[in-house]
Design a protein around this ligand. Structure first.
Ligand code: CP
Ligand code: NVA
Length: 301
């Protein structure tokens, strides 16, 4: 019997050992970028199927796949017959016969899950409306590099607590057992929780004694029509000097990017904390390589 195919579709329900294996691989790939001889994707072609814009995720996967010996094939979903109504399951069954893995950025989580089921090739969620799991792996890598083990730390998420990045953080808190406090306005808290998560409307409560202050855009991709109402609702939910002053002395500021200055983060904090924020962006590359490598090693039955 052949080994089951591995996917990385979200952090929901993922084992701690899986996250640790990926983080260990990511750290090796970072430390030994120039010398490492592992080529787990040698001879493989991986499709990147994107229905939403991307800078970091696209570039880190394209470069990462190449550095692991494979060939990336970028496909704008609108250029595929998918954009003219061909069902996901048919697209998946075609690509599954031609390429060795898929990295998908789209809207519905169920579309990534359906693709994985029908393509029968390792499939990665590169952001859906529900989750952004690859981002959170890179974030944890960055936080642990700078502050040591995340277990027991206080992470404050400021902004849209119902967005994909916040959801993946909520799942991560339960996996790695750290304290996650999310602060957002009425109507923008998450509908999911667990014993490691607190939600509040009070940004100060979230920031007080935090080890990490984290934010994401107020308007996620696909929600552009809500821009004006969100700008009004999120006023005050910003990482700025006043908020940083409440956090622990050694606290770091993280932003998944792209950043909108003087909305979710003040322009001065973004520049003052650029080193740690762009280290976080760089880690997208190393983290993707950890994820790709982990997927290429199917479990022994
Ligand atoms: N953080 C992130 O996923 O960035 P991109 O949208 O540029 O890929
Ligand atoms: N929540 C944001 C993340 C961007 C990387 C979005 O979905 O647009």
């Amino acid at each position: 019997m052949s080994a089951p195919i591995r996917h990385f579709l979200g952090l929901k329900g993922v084992e701690e050992s899986t996250v640790r294996e990926i983080l260990t691989l990511a750290a090796r790939y970072k430390a030994e970028r120039k010398s490492i001889s592992w080529r787990p994707l040698a001879g493989q072609t991986w499709a990147l199927i994107f229905s939403k814009s991307s800078t970091r995720t696209r570039v880190s996967f394209e470069v990462g796949i190449r550095e692991l010996g494979g060939n990336p094939l970028f496909l704008n979903a609108n250029d595929l017959q998918l954009g003219r109504g061909e069902p996901i399951r048919d697209t998946a069954r075609v690509l599954g016969r031609m390429v060795h893995g898929a990295v998908i950025r789209t809207f519905a989580q169920s579309d990534v899950e359906e693709f994985a089921r029908y393509a029968q090739i390792p499939t990665i969620n590169a952001l859906t409306d529900d989750e952004h799991p690859c981002q959170i792996i890179a974030d944890i890598q960055t936080i642990e590099e700078k502050l040591g083990p995340i277990t027991g730390k206080k992470i404050a998420f400021i902004g849209d607590c119902a967005c994909n990045v916040a959801r993946s953080w909520i799942y991560a808190a339960e996996i790695l057992k750290f304290q996650l406090v999310l602060a957002g306005p009425d109507g923008y808290l998450s509908d999911i929780t667990n014993p490691f998560v607190t939600q509040t409307h009070d940004v100060k409560e979230a920031a007080r004694d935090a080890d990490v202050l984290y934010t994401d855009v107020w308007v996620s991709m696909g929600l552009e029509a809500e821009k004006a109402e969100r700008a009004a609702a999120f006023a005050g939910y910003q990482i700025n000097h006043a908020l940083v002053a409440l956090a622990k002395k050694h606290a770091i500021v993280q932003h998944c990017l792209p950043a909108y200055r003087d909305q979710e983060i003040s322009a001065d904090i973004l520049e003052e904390r650029a080193q740690e924020i762009f280290d976080q962006a760089e880690n997208r590359l190393h983290a993707q390589k950890g994820i790709l490598h982990w997927l290429s090693e199917p479990p022994v039955q």
